[in-house]
Structure formats: C-alpha cells, structure tokens
Write a protein that binds this ligand. Structure first.
Ligand code: WT7
Length: 661
C-alpha cells in the first residue's frame, strides 16, 4: 500500500514566544536519545511524582503485551491530586471553577469555586462514607453516571483514595448501554444525579439509571447527587442522596489514602468497536499519572498562574485525563462547564473564556466548526486575549477550522496544535510540546511524537513507510499510560492491538509522515465511526437495529458531516411482511436512540433488499461506505452479489434527490 499523499498546504507558523524554539532536526536528535533509553527516560519523570514506596523495576516485560510500569511502586492518585497541594500554599488556590449551564442577563445562575482545600475535605468525606457505609475498598468497582458537576471528579478521587476502581459511563448513553458496562465491570455501587442540564432541558439521569440497575443485579446501592432538584423516585432500601449521607461526616475527616500498586487498576473505560461488545480499557496508576504529568507540562505548558479549560466531558477519556487527573495533579485551576458550548447563544464559550480569564484551551475540531458556522461576530463580542495556548483533539482538524480559530482566538501567534491519542493510550502521544520545545506549527498536523514515544507509519508488512506514503500508525515501544489489558478479555487485548504488527501497538489509524517527520493522522483504518470526535462502534448501532422485530439485517457506516466530521447512517433490510414507511423510519430512529443513547442518533436510514456481502455472508461495510462517500469500491473479489452494490447506491442517491441530503 503506497498511496502518495500531499501536504494540504505548505505553511509553517512560529509562535510569538520563541523561548524554547528548536529546529525540527534538533528536536529529532533529542527525541532519538529519549527513545533509545526510553525506560530510563520515563523513570526520570516518574521520580517527580510522590511515591509511598519506590518501584522494584521500571518495566516488567516478562509477559508481553501485558507490560507493567514501575511494578512494586506504591502511590495514590487522590494523594497526588490533593494531599500534596494542601500541604503547601495551594491549599487556598482555586482547584475547580465550575459554571452551570442555566444563564440569564445577569450571568450564569450557578458558579462554584472550590479551592484545593475544599476539594480535599469533600473527597475525604465522600471516601469516608463510601468505605464506612458502603464497604467500598480495593478490588471493588463503582460506576459513575453523572452530569458535568464538581461532584463528578470528587467521586472519582474518593474512589481512587480507597484504591477502588471506577468506571464512568458518559451521560449520553442509554440505560441499556449503562447496564452493559456496569455488568461488565461488576460494579456494586452506582453514583448518579437527579438530572443534568443540556441545551436548556433536563436529562433525567436517575430515571435512566433506575432502568439500568434493574438489569444490572451486581449493583446493590445507588447514590444520587442532587443537582437539578427535579422530582425523583427513591427506593429507600437501595438509594440515598449524597448530601444526606455525608451531612454528619465532619469537615475534618481524614481518610488515609490507600497505598496502591503502580500496576493496579485506577479505572476501566469502555470503547466501542466494529465487532463484539465494548472493550473495557483498564488503566493503571503509576504509568498513567507519569504520562499525564509529562504531557501537562510539555503539551499544555501548565503553570501555576494558569486557568486551564478542557471543553470535553468527563464521560470520555479526554475528561478523565485532562479535566481531572492531569490538571489537578499539576495543581492548576481547572475550569469545568456543565452544558453546551453554544447555549443559549453561540458566544457562550467565548463568554466563559472572558468571564474566567482562561489561559489554556483544549477543545475539539467539532466544537470549532460549530463556532465557525455561527460566524465570527460572536467571538468578537468577547475579550479572549487571555488565551496563550490552545490544542484540539479527537479527530483530524481541517485547515479552515484551524486557521479560523488561530486567527480569532490565537491571534495568529499562540501555540496551537492537534494532539493525537486515544482511550487506549491514556494520554497524548503525538503532539507539539510548546512547554518543552517548540517546533514550527503546520495547520492540521499532529506534530512529531512526544519525547519517549517511538511512533511510526508502516505498510501492510510492517515496514516503515517513506515520507508522504500513507500507512498505519504504530507505537513501537511500551509507554507509561498504556492499558493493562481489556477487562476480562486479555486475549482480545492481544489480538486487537498486538497481533497485526507483532511487537508493535496497532492504533487503527491511517497516517503519514511528512518530510520533516511530522505526523498527520488521516482517520480510522477500521470501520469505526467518529462522531464529534467520539468513537462509535458500528456493532452497537447494528445490534440495536436488528433487535427490532421488523429488521432482518443492518449495516451502519459514517458519512461526512460539516460539523461533526462524521455521522452514522444505516442500511436496513426488513423482514418479510414489513414494508418501509415513514412511521417505521421514525420508529427505528427512536429505537436506536433509546437503546444506545442520544450519542447515537442516526442521520438517515436507507431501506434496501440486499447488502454487499462476502461469500461467507459477512456484510462488507467497507463497500457500503465507499458507495456512500462516492469513492471507488476497491477489491471486490470476495463480493457475493454485485447487484447489491448498485442497490445500495440507488437507495442512497434516491433519498439524496428526494430530501437533498
Ligand atoms: C481516535 C481515538 C483521545 C481523545 C479523544 C478520542 C482519533 C484523536 C486525533 C487528532 C486526528 C485523532 C484517532 C484515534 N484522533 N485525536 N488530534 N488528529 N485523529 O479518543 O474516542 O478513543 O478515539 O481518535 O482516529 O484513533 P477515542
């Protein structure tokens, strides 16, 4: 496979602050040294963390790919994020500035500012009741299904304090998806809220959680955070409000942070794929925090005086790493916003930057494209000149979006990059690192791999590609922050990531390197759909569809979307006796939303009588996708019935004509 690729444009931008500017050649030299002795290199960074007990060895490589970083070492993530700071002047520094979504002409109705001292006390009180009242300890997993409120990170930190594992389920997932993840992790306790605000309406989380818990018998108790104040049903033998159970716990309560092994799990977070159930990525403590510590400094150039804002939701890995653990570990002031960035007006995000004097912004291409569509007059209403550094994440950033954001917020001079990583990697691996060395920026690139990370672009046979030849992204050495395994399925962990190119981690992304050795990630090489930067498995959508009595078979693929990058559409074959009609169409849309969650809205359903399949009856999503995006369908020697391709094309084009999509 040697598809040649051309730079979308050849533009290099230098930041105004050139203190640590390096030529790319110099950077590669330093980088080479860092990967030659990568274990020593990472150990040097890990030493900057506070350990209760030093490690026995840097890396346990005895049973690859199940690498263990800093085995024998003991630490605690909650201690790292809190205790360390409250001993110093940071006790009275604001740790979290929280802004709720509801707003009127006088400003946001709810803003909370919590100091490191406040968060410390609250986390200790919560940890106390989790342990004393609910018996939560090391070895247990608790589930979190919460809106973006300060209790969210505090409960994560309380679990970590006890050495318990937690699993977060994004609040846009349905009760079925929630139940599936709770069962997979044997969660014994679920923490949720009465509701959360989103675009002016209330999402009734407790109701959804109740349905999930009915189907997840492992969950014995439910704690409810009162946030919206809506009426909720409480089962007195199972449910309790957080404020009730901590009311009598004194402010001064101290829960000794559990000494947790570096290689023990901190959390499990699910990602979806094209086959099989969502994969629970298990992240460790020591390696994970080491990578976060390094990237907070290098990528975000975090300084004590900064107000740092990551616009993600804690429900995704971006929020775990770069709203909660990364910034709090570094003692920053992190901003947390509950709602939609363009609600009630398109300037909400810019008003937040102005109101809280945000210095560092971490956002997504989808968000930027939405801002762009509303027009620049909205940004210009606010003073965003406090921003001194920006990054985006989640999907490739198109040059137009990059330039727009760079001009209007970056004033064409601040460092602005596109950080590549994934749920599996725990933290950023390929990115500009303005806090360490700055090399020239190129709109749309991810930049070179960070120090200590040996990444490459390879062909089918695993051989290094030449510059500008497209290939597959691999990571060639173990890195701190890597998963321990897939929960309950180590074989699958091996097979999905470590089998295609033995000894290397296969990321599933297409990529190229340019002549300067910068990486450009080009999108997924598998059939995963990326909606607004979030991975959405075709498996979940399709299995929801075929559960409907009218549906015999279904294939879902992503189609390009101006704002969200990609959105899912479905091709459906109905069972005999059913015919397509608008009511059924509506019903299927609703059916999928109910089963997977509002993250999974299908843009369109196409009814067909056949789908392209291999002779062994496997649906060829790749072919469906090619037809939909108007690309050549490639090698179809395994295709069983060529007429199916024509039928998919016709269904797609007919509807396009009819409704103009
Ligand atoms: C996939 C991982 C980790 C944060 C959020 C996404 C794509 C991520 C970039 C970027 C191009 C990117 C890749 C990757 N991706 N960041 N800066 N440029 N592509 O996490 O849901 O686990 O998805 O997101 O395709 O494999 P995720």
């Amino acid at each position: 496979m040697s598809v040649n690729w051309a730079l979308p444009f050849d533009e290099k931008i230098l930041p105004e602050d050139k203190r640590n500017l390096l030529s790319i050649e110099e950077y590669h030299k330093v980088h080479r040294a860092s990967i030659t002795s990568y274990q020593q290199f990472w150990a040097g960074l890990a030493r900057e963390l506070e350990w209760f007990k030093p490690w026995n060895s840097i890396l346990d490589e005895s049973s690859p790919p199940f690498y263990k970083w800093f085995p024998g070492g003991q630490l605690n993530a909650s201690h790292m994020c809190l205790d360390r700071h409250v001993r110093t002047g940071r006790r009275n520094k604001v740790a979290i500035i929280w802004e709720g979504e509801p707003i009127d002409q006088d400003g946001p109705k709810q803003v909370r500012k919590l100091t490191y001292g406040d968060v410390f006390h609250e986390v200790n009180r919560i940890a106390h009741v989790l342990r004393e009242k609910y018996g939560v300890r090391k070895g247990d997993t608790i589930g979190l299904y919460l809106p973006m409120i300060p209790e969210f990170p505090m409960i994560m930190l309380a679990a970590a304090r006890l050495g318990a594992c937690f699993t977060v389920i994004f609040s846009g997932f349905s009760s079925d998806s929630l139940a599936e993840r709770l069962i997979d992790t044997d969660a014994k306790l679920l923490v949720t809220a009465d509701g959360g605000y989103r675009r002016g309406s209330v999402i009734k989380l407790k109701e959804i959680a109740d349905k999930a818990v009915e189907n997840a018998p492992c969950v014995k108790k439910v704690i409810v955070v009162k946030h919206v104040g809506n009426e909720v049903e409480m089962d007195s033998s199972r449910d309790a409000f957080l404020h009730d159970i901590i009311r009598d716990v004194p402010q001064s309560t101290f829960v000794e942070p559990e000494k947790v092994g570096s290689e023990e799990p901190l959390y499990i977070l699910h990602t979806s794929g094209t086959t099989g159930r969502p994969k629970g990525q298990v992240h460790d403590v020591g390696g994970y925090l080491t990578l976060l510590h390094a990237t907070m400094r290098w990528v975000f150039d975090a300084r004590d005086s900064d107000v740092y804002w990551c616009t993600a939701d804690i429900g995704w890995v971006t929020g775990h790493s770069y709203i909660v653990f990364g910034p709090l570990m570094e003692g920053l002031t992190a901003l947390m916003y509950e709602g939609a960035l363009d609600y009630p007006e398109p300037d909400r995000w810019a008003s937040i930057i102005e109101r809280h004097r945000v210095n560092i912004l971490y956002t997504s291409p989808t968000a930027i494209r939405a801002f762009m569509r509303h027009g620049e007059q909205w940004v210009k209403k606010h003073d965003t000149s406090t921003i001194r550094l920006m990054h985006s994440v989640g999907e490739p950033i198109n040059p137009e979006a990059y330039r727009w954001m760079m001009r209007l917020v970056g004033r064409d001079k601040v460092p602005f990059g596109s950080t590549w990583w994934m749920t599996e990697t725990g933290g950023i691996l390929v990115s500009h690192t303005p806090g360490l060395y700055m090399v020239a920026m190129k709109p749309g690139t991810n930049g070179p791999p960070i120090l200590g990370i040996d990444a490459d672009v390879v062909n089918d046979r695993g051989e290094s590609q030449k510059p500008l030849e497209r290939g597959f992204l691999v990571i060639k050495n173990p890195w701190p922050g890597m998963p321990l395994t897939i929960h309950k399925d180590p074989e699958r962990y091996k097979e999905v990531y470590w089998t295609r190119f033995p000894g290397n981690f296969y990321a599933g992304d297409y990529a190229v390197k340019d002549d300067d050795g910068y990486f450009w990630m080009l999108g997924r090489a598998d059939e995963i759909i990326k909606v607004a930067g979030h991975r959405l498995g075709t498996y979940e959508l399709e299995s929801a569809l075929i559960q409907h009595p009218a549906v015999a078979e279904a294939a879902t693929v992503g189609v390009p979307d101006e704002i969200k990058g990609e959105v899912p559409v479905a091709f459906v074959i109905l069972r005999s006796g059913y015919t397509s009609n608008p009511a059924l169409d509506r019903e299927l849309h609703e059916w999928v939303r109910e089963r997977v969650g509002h993250v999974a809205s299908l843009k369109q359903i196409y009814f067909v009588s056949k789908l392209p399949k291999t002779r062994s009856a496997k649906i060829m999503r790749r072919v469906v996708h090619a037809v939909v995006i108007g690309k050549p369908i490639g090698d179809v020697t395994t295709l069983e019935d060529e007429a199916s391709v024509e039928e998919v094309r016709r269904a797609y084009l007919d509807l396009k004509k009819e409704i103009g999509v």
